[in-house]
Design a protein around this ligand. Structure first.
Ligand code: ZN
Length: 163
C-alpha cells in the first residue's frame, strides 16, 4: 500500500520561484497570477492548483486561502467548500482525462508525508492502470505527457464552464 502515499511526497518546496524559508507555499501561491502559480480555480474559501511536480498528469491540490494546519483548524464553511471543490476537481479530471481511478486525500504533518506541513491541502490524483510501473521505471523523473501550462489552461477552462 506504500504506493498510495507516494503521491503526497512531492518535492514541491522549491517550486514556483517561492523561497520556502520566506514563508508558506500555499499562503504565497494564491497571491500570484494563475499562470505563474498554476492555479486552475479560485473559490470563496479555497483554491485549486496544479502540483508543479505531479505524480500523474492532472495532479491537483485544493487548499484554503487561510493558513490552516488541519481539518479541525478550518472553519466549517472552508471544510465543506474543500470537499465540494474536490468533487468538482474529480468531475473535471474525469471529463478531460478519463482516468481509471483517483487517490484523494490529505497528509497532515511531516510524519504523515506532507511536503508542505502547516497548511492543509487535499490532493486529487488521477490514476491509470500501469502508471505506477511507468513512474517506477523512470525513477525520480516526472515525465508527463502534457506540459503543465497546457494542463492548467485546459483544467481552468473546464472549471470555468461549470460556473
Ligand atoms: Zn499557509
Amino acid at each position: 500500500m506504500e504506493v498510495l502515499f507516494t503521491p503526497w511526497r512531492s518535492a514541491y518546496l522549491s517550486a514556483g520561484g517561492i523561497d520556502p524559508a520566506a514563508g508558506c507555499l500555499f499562503c504565497a501561491l494564491h497571491k500570484q497570477g494563475d499562470e505563474d502559480a498554476l492555479v486552475v480555480h479560485r473559490g470563496s474559501a479555497v483554491y485549486v492548483v496544479l502540483n508543479r511536480y505531479p505524480y500523474t498528469n492532472g495532479h491537483l491540490m485544493v487548499a484554503p486561502y487561510e493558513h490552516r494546519a488541519s481539518l479541525g483548524a478550518m472553519a466549517g464553511g472552508e471544510r465543506r467548500e474543500m470537499m465540494d471543490v474536490a468533487a468538482a476537481a474529480e468531475q473535471v479530471l474525469s471529463a478531460e482525462y478519463r482516468p481509471e481511478g483517483f487517490n484523494i486525500g490529505l497528509n497532515l504533518g511531516r510524519s504523515a508525508g506532507a511536503g508542505v506541513a502547516g497548511h492543509a491541502h487535499l490532493h486529487v490524483v488521477p490514476r491509470w492502470d500501469g502508471d505506477t510501473n511507468f513512474l517506477t521505471v523512470l525513477g525520480g523523473t516526472r515525465t508527463i505527457p502534457e506540459e503543465l501550462p497546457a494542463t492548467r489552461r485546459r483544467l481552468a477552462a473546464a472549471f470555468a464552464r461549470r460556473a
